[in-house]
Design a protein around this ligand. Sequence first.
Ligand code: NAD
Ligand code: GDD
Length: 329
Amino acid sequence: MSTQTKVLVTGAGGFIGSHLVTYLKERGYWVRGVDIKHPEFAESNADEFQILDLRDKENCMTATAGIDEVYALAADMGGMGFISAHHAQILYNNALINFHTLEAARQNKVKRYLYTSSACIYPEYLQTSENVTPLKEEDAYPAQPQDAYGWEKLMSEKLCEHYREDYGIETRIVRFHNIFGPLGTWEGGREKAPAAMCRKVATAKLESTNEVEIWGDGHQTRSFCYIDDCVVGLYKIMRSDYHKPLNLGQDRLISINELADMAAETAGINIVKKHIPGPQGVRGRNSDNNLLREVLNWEPEISLEEGFAITYKWIEEQVEEKLKTNTLV
Ligand code: NAD
Ligand code: GDD
């Protein structure tokens, strides 16, 4: 009988999930990927890929059968354009996915379970300034997430905590801070700011215009973490013995205007920024990485410039392809 550890990645058809599957395969795991869709941009490296809707409990039982460890990434999610406009859908879908996946994992005697939460769980009242104080894990309470997306994440974090205490399943909780990279959503309304800036600048470049639209005044700030650091961090957290929530992100604060300038510099063009109304989310958000460093003796190390250059190149290729076929939305 094989002693190879069997891992389930939910959301394996998505951005982080597809990269994580590749990383786990490289480390010798047997991997089952589950999603409602196949990865959009590259074939999955999973040993087995099941198309299942994880809002359904029976499907969650199928997905977790025979599995030792689960990385729970499946979610109905996106950037500010999406999460500010679909509160009911997000809360309903994600609560069903997470409650059913964790309960099925318990019934199928899964040993370890990593849940992917978000910086969106942090209270709005701590994120009102561009020069925001980096958010520590303990800042989560008293809770006041801005959107339903954050409330659901907070509730599923609690569910993990209680399943660990009451049923002994080893749970891990990761709070991502805006992850970006190739093979991520870059158009269609669910894209986040890094991909949106790359798409808009690449389109301006390829269409020989120079105007780039930015939601708000562009002085709002965030930190951005490259995908390769994200999957390393996920793996380290899963293997650690730390069960409380941990930030996983970069702690370099940058404004959206600066991000657009970085895209323009990477593209080698001059742009004119046009500030337009749009969903802005919190005014500023940054990750406090002290606890992450203490627990893992590691933190994300790929510079924004390095990750952004790779991402820009990939998105420019996608835009070019769509322009050729006149299918850019
Ligand atoms: P993604 O949208 O690319 O991947 C999520 C995947 O879940 C998608 O492929 C989607 O089809 C799948 N999914 C949705 N509903 C499903 C269902 N009912 N059954 C099965 N699969 C379903 O997003 P991502 O960026 O890869 O995010 C992965 C996880 O990390 C999510 O839980 C997300 O909330 C969290 N997260 C991501 C970021 C980020 O910056 N990317 C930030 C914070 C939290
Ligand atoms: N998406 C997007 N597209 N954002 C833009 C654009 C644009 O064209 N122009 C300006 N922005 C601004 C938004 O108004 C917001 O202030 C900022 O860029 C960041 O937007 P997003 O990247 O979409 O989202 P976020 O950082 O507020 O939240 C994201 O990260 C969280 C984790 O840190 C979302 O993906 C959440 O779902 C995620 O949990």
